[in-house]
Design a protein around this ligand. Sequence first.
Ligand code: MG
Ligand code: ZN
Length: 221
Amino acid sequence: MPAVFVDRDGTLNHERRYLRRVADLRLVAGAADAVRALAAAGFAVVVVTNQSGVARGLVRMSTLAAIHDAIVRRLARLGARLTAIYVCPHHPTAGTPPLRRRCRCRKPRPGLVERAVRELDLDLGRSYCVGDSAADLGLAAATRTRAVLVRTGHGRATEAELTLGAPVAHVAANFRAAADWIIGDAQNVSAERRAASPRRRAPIERARTSPARRRRRQPWR
Ligand SMILES: [Mg+2]
Ligand SMILES: [Zn+2]
């Protein structure tokens, strides 16, 4: 199953510097529609989020869990089911060990996505990353997924700093528009693949390939 790896703050919910209370949580308009549409199109929708507020001592793990419960419940009430939420609570220089460390899971590093791929058996080659910051675009580059930048959160500032030839597949107004684009793009890509090799027995070959073999082919591992 392909996945859309979605950033949390500034993409799924409104950016607040270190969201610390459920009461301050506000979903971005259309976020539930986006999750629902992606799930209906056959994507796993996986939140991947840096939460260095934990390492900095600003947010307790229990508070973080309560905020994530609230996100899941609010989306579910609107008929939208998240597949999973993966969190990096670390920071390389702030706080104290063990949360202060140079980890592999802080975006743009690929650790969270690697874990999700392993635990959920995702098809990385057909997956996307959506987010509002350079770390999200870096994550896409590190995992060789297609990057979609949203203009919510820090997105406009990130867009202004994009250099020519930056590996961004698309810039969307918000997560909802990003989801629409991804669904169309995935259809185009699979149509192109079929057109490029009409005689290829791709579905059969895929079915015969074990998850372990598929994993070995992923160049970033
Ligand atoms: Mg963000
Ligand atoms: Zn980490």
